[in-house]
Design a protein around this ligand. Structure first.
Ligand SMILES: Cc1ncc(C[n+]2csc(CCOP(=O)(O)OP(=O)(O)O)c2C)c(N)n1
Ligand SMILES: [Mg+2]
Length: 598
């Protein structure tokens, strides 16, 4: 039986008699679902039984949080829905962290949450918890099947809204509603085309750009999601404007382009920061201008507060929310960029008069930052010098540079949220979009590894690499089981510095090195653990071995092998995350006075 054909027939013939499980699965098929991540559970077993005949692969994961992150990675690389499902109660509460992460990554994840039976809800039965409040603030839409006859309708809507609003949705289904007889028609996906934005705001933006003397483009995640990279390049070339990538969206503009200046934000590019600081007009294309991504870095207050800011975002609520703006355009990044191009192409642009000076400025800033990075082989603060002094371990920065040099052309890289992962921001450059999947502003440890597994399922031909600190690895290495069992070959680069480094940095800077809970003593050999779990595992302790190890691990992916590269690095630490949010300790009680700032 060919279910695709059947689905098309259903669409033609209208209502048919079916079970709610069939209606649910046929609606997944109608939405092009081919992969679902989760852990098996009785709550939805009647529907799961249909997956193989529906052409849907069920990817059995180690932990539901991992399944949610996999759905996230899958959607970010494919631009399609990522789907996850689990058992009611504990299986669903395990999804919460990953759905919150998907929310801030703007990933169209459909989180399917079978619920306790409708006739026992509220009685405190087995595996019961209220499942809608759990996700109310971390989803764009919550579909609740309140009657089994509405199974297909609600399922379809959860899929439509995830793409419409670019974020996770929840589909909550009382488990008894999978059974029975219903008459229904399988809804077709409703694809809503996004427009360029209001004519007047586009006109105003075009005028600002035409008069700008030092325009700078800030390319955000919206450029990636709208497949607008070509338009961003065309705008940059027309204006001859430098382009900065927004925080953790290093894949929003091709790094090989002469106008690319690198990412803003934590551990970002000084070239990008120095150039945007000079802007008189900023075109923020497809970015919500999130607060963390524009904080001062490297001691540079780079945000040009006197410049005119044109912000383009598909979500009107983001316009002017964090930064004051001159023009807000509610539009799709691609359509808006095209509309702006049409308005300024062939016009006299003020910025053409000083083009050569600006291009020289861009080249000089990039060169200066490159040579600084090249000589910045290790951290130079007192703590870092002390811990690295007699160590034969690798300096994290040198190791990251070697990884960068060895990175295969079409690689996808996910990054976690530790200190070394954050420093890697300076060393991650991409020429194609949908290549970088960072933990974004939710910033949860344990994001990177499962996310790259999901990305690999969506793009099996691309090398898939996760950067993970050893602390975060302890949270997420269980998903090696998924790689091995489900034959999803990826490479995990684990930075073994024996500490929760990013937090330890705060102890060093603010708490006079009174370390509490930051040392990761007695860790196993993560390379040996990987081998015990059926993957390959290698310990790398020389900078000269890093590049070859990455290359061969990526090649091993073609033979179906997952590899863990355990990098033995010093305990030195880069700049802290949250200098903005910490203060030196003040103590009033005598008992605690010894911990007051001196
Ligand atoms: C789930 C979660 N728990 C705790 C934190 C707080 N936190 C942020 S960074 C960090 C340390 C990360 O350590 P590791 O993964 O070893 O990377 P390193 O900083 O050592 O490079 C911690 C605990 C977090 N962001 N997410
Ligand atoms: Mg660590």
């Amino acid at each position: 039986m060919n279910t695709m054909t059947d689905t098309k027939d259903l669409a033609i013939t209208g209502k048919q008699r079916m079970t709610p499980s069939e209606a649910f699965v046929e609606t997944l098929v109608a939405n092009g679902v081919t992969d679902v991540f989760g852990i098996v559970g009785s709550a939805y077993m009647d529907a799961l039984d249909l997956f193989p005949l529906a052409g849907i692969r069920f990817i059995s994961v180690a932990h539901e949080q991992g399944g949610g992150h996999m759905a996230d990675g899958y959607s970010r690389v494919s631009g399609r829905h990522g789907v996850c499902i689990a058992q009611n109660g504990p299986g669903i509460t395990n999804f919460v962290t990953s759905v919150a992460a998907a929310y801030w990554a703007h990933s169209p994840v459909v989180c399917i949450t079978p619920e306790t039976g409708s006739m026992t809800l509220g009685l405190g039965g087995f595996q019961e918890t209220e499942q809608l409040p759990l996700f109310s603030k971390i989803t764009k839409f919550q579909a609740h099947v309140n009657n089994k006859a509405r199974m297909a309708e609600m399922t379809g809507r959860a899929f439509d809204r995830a793409l419409l609003e670019m974020g996770p949705t929840q589909l909550n289904i009382p488990r008894d509603f999978f059974y029975g007889d219903i008459e229904c028609e399988i809804p077709r996906p409703t694809m809503i085309e996004r427009g360029a934005g209001g004519e007047q705001s586009l006109d105003e933006a075009a005028q600002l750009l035409a008069r700008a003397m030092f325009p700078v483009i800030l390319a955000g995640g919206g450029v990636v999601m709208a497949n607008a990279q070509a338009e961003a390049v065309a705008l940059a070339e027309l204006l001859q404007a430098p382009v900065a990538c927004s925080y953790l969206h290093n894949d929003s503009f091709p790094a090989a382009h002469s106008l690319w200046c690198g990412p803003l934000g934590y551990q970002g590019s000084k070239a990008a920061m120095n150039l945007i600081a000079k802007a008189d007009v900023v075109l923020a294309l497809g970015t919500r201008l999130g607060p963390f991504g524009t904080l001062p870095q490297h001691g540079i207050e780079y945000w040009p507060s006197r410049a005119k800011i044109i912000q383009i975002d598909a979500d009107a609520k983001m316009l002017g929310l964090v930064k004051p703006i001159s023009v807000g355009i509610c539009g799709d990044a691609k359509a808006a960029a095209r509309a702006l191009l049409a308005r300024i192409e062939g016009k006299a642009l003020a910025c053409h008069a000083n083009r050569d000076a600006r291009l020289a400025d861009i080249a000089a800033e990039k060169k200066a930052w490159e040579s600084e990075l090249e000589s910045w082989t290790h951290e130079k603060d007192a703590w870092s010098l002390e811990v690295a002094r007699d160590s034969s371990d690798m300096h994290p920065r040198q190791m990251l540079r070697e990884l960068e040099r060895a990175m295969p052309a079409a690689a996808m890289v996910s990054t976690d949220i530790g200190n070394i992962c954050s420093v890697s921001n300076s060393y991650l450059r991409f020429d194609r979009p949908r290549s970088m999947f960072a933990a974004m502003s939710f910033g949860n440890c344990g994001y990177a590894f499962p996310t790259i597994i999901g990305a690999k399922v969506a793009a099996p031909e691309r090398p898939a690499i996760a950067y993970v600190g050893d602390g975060a690895w302890g949270m997420s290495f269980g998903e090696l089981q998924t790689c091995v069992r489900e034959n999803i070959p990826v490479t995990a680069v684990v930075f073994n510095n024996g500490q929760w480094g990013a937090e330890k940095k705060n102890h060093v800077d603010f708490y006079d090195k009174r370390f509490v809970g930051v040392n990761l003593d007695k860790q196993p050999s993560w390379a040996a653990v990987a081998r015990a779990m059926g993957a390959d595992g290698h310990t790398i302790d020389k900078v000269g071995d890093v590049g070859a190890a990455l290359k061969s691990a990526c090649e091993a992916q073609q033979q179906g092998k997952t590899t863990v590269l355990e990098m033995i690095v010093t305990r030195e630490l880069g700049d802290p995350f949250r200098r903005d949010a910490l203060a030196l300790p003040v103590r009033h009680l005598a008992k605690y006075r010894a911990t007051a700032a001196k």
